[in-house]
Design a protein around this ligand. Sequence first.
Ligand code: 5AD
Ligand code: SF4
Length: 414
Amino acid sequence: MLLGGMNKVFIQTYGCQMNVADSEEMFAHLAARGAVLTDKLDEADTVLINTCTVRDHAEHRAVSFLGRLSAWKKEKPGRVIIFAGCAAQRLGKALQKKYPFLDILSGAKDIELFSETLDKSGLFGMPGESIQPSTPNLTGYVTIMRGCNFACSYCIVPSVRGPIKCLPVEDILRDVARKTAAGAKEIMLLGQTVNAYQEGTVSFADLLNRVSEVPGVERVRFTSPHPIFFTPEFLNAVKDNPKIARHVHLPVQSGSSKVLQEMKRGYTREVFLEKIQALKSCGFNISTDIIVGFPTETEADFQQTLTLVDKVQFFIAYCYKYSPRQGTPAAQMELLAENILEERLDILLNKVRGLSEAAYQSQIGSVQEVLMETETKGRSSENFWVKTKNTYPTGSLVRTKIERAEGTLLFARD
Ligand code: 5AD
Ligand code: SF4
């Protein structure tokens, strides 16, 4: 029972940035009940594990961490373990059977009920008035929508996170204002298909522009978008707003139109390339995710992925081996041999290895606005790391020319 005494919480977050934001949100509810954060597991009274299930490996890591907590809990039986997020959603009550020492299970769909879940457990006090003073973060993560309305055949997200729910504009702007008041200069808008946002007449582009007008906001980023929502109307609405960062993480998944269709992605290779061209012409730097070894991927399909990478010259490409997820349509299909997956991943990783360095080199001679994250280092709008010659206050914007690049660091003249 943690009522009364000091409650130190250790948080372990797996998965995407949505999860990072969700962990913050869950911690706020714990903090309202007197909890403080610790980065030492030994000292903690409560552990919050926020989990991912997008690939088997991610889920496995979270569950093994939970397994290892058995000894931690035995040391002091009053300790509390909370298992939350996407793997919690997928595995459900079966987990509590296998790990009887688990106190609270809270699936990704239940984040809005987290406060109630804490109260129902009887393990924490009632929430007080003041939510913890947030630690000043340069980047404020703001969830604008939850869930996903697509049905990509490999993906478990729609089933663990449910259909799209967009948050009201006023709530989002209030959250942004709260984050800037606490010191945030950059706002990262989050959603599974973030650019599908639509609330009444307010489109995603409108929202970006509105957020950028909140006092204190220097830069707005967002992740992860879906290619089909990058329309000419979107680009028109944002192209003259320099506060909207010129970087998008745009998962392509495959370079083959046939595989894209079997993945039910909703676009072809050609359409994706058109979107890229339009984004690049507005100055956007593009990173991506790629899956190799989807069940129907032939050698020729894989070659198409390689040529797409050559064409687009992504800033970064995160590459994954296909991982079958129970209950998804693709999980019914026959898997390719593991050695084929490994070989293709290897070839792709070799291809993408030099991409970032090349992108960094391409910045030499350009003038960039750097948002300082330390006194001598910050990020450009296009998301390149820049080292300055002089020192500046964290959070300031420095306009400077790039002199040289070393690996994945730019050096400014300033
Ligand atoms: N297998 C492998 N990778 C996957 N991703 C999503 N589902 C799977 C899966 N079943 C990848 C996609 C997505 C990223 C978050 O994870 O590339 O963009
Ligand atoms: Fe993982 Fe997807 Fe859940 Fe994010 S939303 S934690 S990527 S399963």
